[in-house]
Design a protein around this ligand. Structure first.
Ligand SMILES: [Zn+2]
Ligand SMILES: [Zn+2]
Length: 293
């Protein structure tokens, strides 16, 4: 099987990454893509991928971490210089794209969610911050086009923006090479994905989110790819066994990991009335097409 989105580059896996990878391979999850969310985690993704067969890195600045540009401004830098900050970050990402184990630009996109757990003080989603997110997203889409890479798209509560920016910057090179990761259950996202030959990423929340369960029945099987988004989105029944940080998705104990991709395949197989083997096989083939393997 193929876990198309897993943050083995995050500090939660610092102590046991090799063990987690071993457990994944024992569970027949032999291919994993590790997306970056900033420069540091993008480099870390490459570093892990270099050491393990079947593991690949994606590099990119996540919209949440676009806030680091706002942080410069909060420390006194002129707002008008944000364009240069964006360009500098994109240049850093572009350098990483030449590595042989980097198969995609990601995760990139737009995120309007107001996070309670964030390292950024004074985190606020205002129009200026969204302007920075849009600029970064568009510029990174162009990196994928320029360097013939696939695209991992993060969209949280921002479908209008994401679809507009994708449409405005679309290129035929992206056909069959982009995924709405952790796709929100939206008909508009689905029809855009169908029109542009994109993929839909399904996570552990399919095990408990009824809207997503209904949504998945309307997605053609050839568009589905599986992802754990580890360490987040622990699937049921593991999720109920854990304690959670107050009002957050982050478990205090227990962490999601790529071996759990089988749980997602199993739930989809029940929803679609197909065997788990068929779901595993098809989604693996889809992921290999998405990342051109
Ligand atoms: Zn994401
Ligand atoms: Zn992610």
């Amino acid at each position: 099987m193929f876990d198309t989105h897993c943050h083995l580059n995050f500090s939660r896996f610092k102590k046991n990454v090799d063990e987690v990878i071993r457990r994944a391979k024992n569970a027949d999850v032999t291919q994993i893509v590790i997306p970056g969310t900033d420069i540091e985690s993008s480099k870390k993704a490459i570093e892990i991928a270099e050491k393990h067969e079947g593991l690949y890195g994606a590099v990119g600045i996540h919209p949440h971490h676009a806030f680091q540009i706002t942080s410069y401004e909060l420390s006194g830098e002129a707002r008008s210089r944000f364009a240069r900050r964006v360009t500098n970050l994109v240049t850093e990402i572009e350098k990483l794209l030449s590595h042989s184990k980097v198969i995609a630009v990601g995760e990139i996109g737009i995120d309007r969610h107001v996070y309670e757990n964030t390292k950024y003080e004074q985190y606020v989603v205002d129009e200026h911050f969204l302007a920075i997110q849009r600029e970064l997203f568009a510029k990174q889409i162009h990196l994928a086009i320029k360097h013939h890479k696939s695209l991992i798209i993060h969209n949280r509560e921002a479908t209008d923006d994401v679809l507009k920016i994708l449409a405005d910057n679309w290129d035929t090179k992206l056909v069959g090479r982009a995924v709405f990761h952790c796709c929100e259950p939206s008909e508009r996202l689905l029809s855009f994905a169908k029109e542009h030959n994109m993929f839909i990423g399904v996570d552990g929340d399919i095990t408990y989110d009824q809207k997503k369960q209904e949504f998945i029945k309307r997605v053609p099987l050839e568009m589905l790819v599986l992802e754990t988004d580890s360490p987040y989105l622990l699937p049921e029944p593991l999720r109920s066994r854990k304690e959670y940080l107050w009002r957050s998705q982050i478990p205090l104990r227990g962490t999601n990991e790529p071996k759990n991709v089988i749980i997602i395949a199993d739930v989809i197989s029940k929803l679609l009335n197909l065997s788990c083997e068929v779901i595993a096989k098809k989604t693996t083939e889809n992921a290999q097409r998405l990342f051109v393997m």
